[in-house]
Design a binder for this molecule. Structure first.
Ligand SMILES: *Cc1c(COP(=O)(O)O)cnc(C)c1O
Length: 420
């Protein structure tokens, strides 16, 4: 085993001077993503689950350099749309940096209420990459695949009837939208095999939020998947128990004990004649990323000090969408010598939800300071929009310590580019 890496990288562990330099060179707001940390997170996951297949859930961060970095490290890629499948294949096939043998075998497409165009595209890609796997969550999707001539690798997504999640919007296991009802899964597996699909696995994902305090829901999901695999009417290659491995967003939250999760997973699964697969998204990329934003406005009000920054809910949506907590750090060289002030950090978007934090004790702010928001590597840029005609920010990657502009900042011309 390589030397253990810390289970979490806190916002304080980032080098403030380096981040300020990156902001000076590339402007604000700016996403910074450390690929070395992505590799460390992957190695820790692979170390805890040495026999499992690790499939990165691409929707957490689809930057080509992230996909190729994880592909080179050995991960598969779990995709939520035809667009993600195309980007994953491109990244694994050397479209960006890396090339792996048989990229198709690394790619799973999880079809959730798939639009017709997604199925068309994925079936076309399958003709080129016949080893890719399609996961279906409805019998209806089988009919639609069959109509397109697909008879490749097929996995059935099950709704396990248990949900985990830090917010109701990310708790999917108990939600009828995802997967076939548990009690119907065995029949659907048999039906799919009869119809000539190459049935290879079963899958469940219970939403995001496996936490060390409460592994009960995770155990229950995994145990149900073990039962399903033992009862399966056809031999299975894998049992995929999804992602949702939590990361500590708050400074006082302990990191997930991955070995404990892995032990609980193996124990709950029991003996199955199939390989375990897991689909971490957030865990691999969240603490590898920070968002930098400049302070534009400092406003004293009777209730609080309002700090206006140049990033908003269009840059990082999670606080507005999930009430998510993100650590905030003032990167000013003298921040440590300033007194702290309770402050509300807000963006420039005309929505009252456009607030990163309220009542947070941080160094007294000054216009021109740069703030860093922590754990911004997962579901940050991915959920960014151009609402209010705000061009999306640039992304800089660090790779072996070296900084590269991985994706340029949009301009207003990019916002209007598609107008006729
Ligand atoms: C979103 C998603 C994941 C990853 O969830 P994380 O919380 O980021 O680990 C894994 N599998 C499926 C099917 C998903 O939709």
């Amino acid at each position: 085993m390589s030397a253990a890496t810390p289970a979490v990288r806190r916002l304080d562990a980032w080098d403030a001077a380096r981040l300020r330099d990156l902001r000076d060179e590339h402007g604000s707001p700016l996403y910074v993503l450390d690929l070395d940390r992505v590799r460390e997170n992957y190695r820790r996951m692979a170390g805890a689950f040495p026999d499992a297949e690790i499939r990165y859930a691409a929707k957490a961060n689809t930057l080509g350099r992230v996909l190729s970095t994880l592909g080179e490290a050995g991960a598969g890629i779990e995709c939520a749309s035809a667009g993600e499948v195309a980007r994953a294949l491109d990244a694994l096939d050397g479209g960006t940096d890396g090339a792996v043998a048989d990229p198709g075998a690394r790619v799973q497409y999880t079809a959730v209420n798939p639009p017709a165009g997604d199925l068309d595209t994925v079936v076309d890609l399958w003709r080129e990459y016949p080893d890719l796997t399609v996961t279906v969550g409805a019998e209806d999707t089988l009919d639609r695949l069959e109509a397109r001539g697909y008879d490749g690798r097929l996995c059935v997504r099950v709704n396990p009837g248990v949900g985990a999640g830090h917010h109701e919007k990310v708790s999917t296991g108990a939600d009828a939208k995802f997967g076939v009802p548990y009690g119907l899964a065995t029949d659907l597996l048999a039906d799919a095999a009869d119809r000539g699909f190459d049935v290879v696995g079963v899958h469940a994902h219970a939403g995001s939020g496996i936490s060390g305090d409460d592994l009960a829901a995770h155990r229950e999901l995994v145990a149900r998947m073990g039962d399903l695999a033992r009862d399966a009417p056809v031999p299975l290659e894998f049992v995929d128990v999804g992602g949702g491995f939590g990361v500590p967003y708050r400074p006082d939250e302990a990191p997930l004990d991955l070995d404990a999760v892995a032990d609980a997973t193996r124990e709950a699964l029991g003996d199955v004649d199939a390989r375990l697969a897991v689909e971490p998204g957030r865990y691999l990329v969240a603490d590898a990323g920070v968002l930098l934003a400049d302070v534009n406005t400092v406003k004293e009000t009777p209730e609080t000090t309002v700090v206006g920054v140049d990033a908003g809910m269009t840059t990082l949506l999670r606080p507005a969408m999930y009430d998510a907590y993100h650590a905030v750090r003032n990167l000013a060289p003298d921040a440590g010598e300033r007194g702290t002030v309770a402050q509300t950090v807000t963006g420039p978007i005309c929505e009252s939800a456009d607030v990163f934090c309220t009542d947070r004790d941080l160094p007294a702010p000054a216009r021109g300071d740069t703030l860093a928001l922590g754990n911004a590597g997962a579901y940050g840029y991915e959920m960014a929009s151009q609402y209010n005609s705000r061009p999306r920010p640039a992304t800089v990657t660090l790779d072996d310590g070296a900084a590269t502009l991985a994706r340029r900042r949009e301009t207003v011309a990019d916002v209007t580019r598609l107008e006729e």
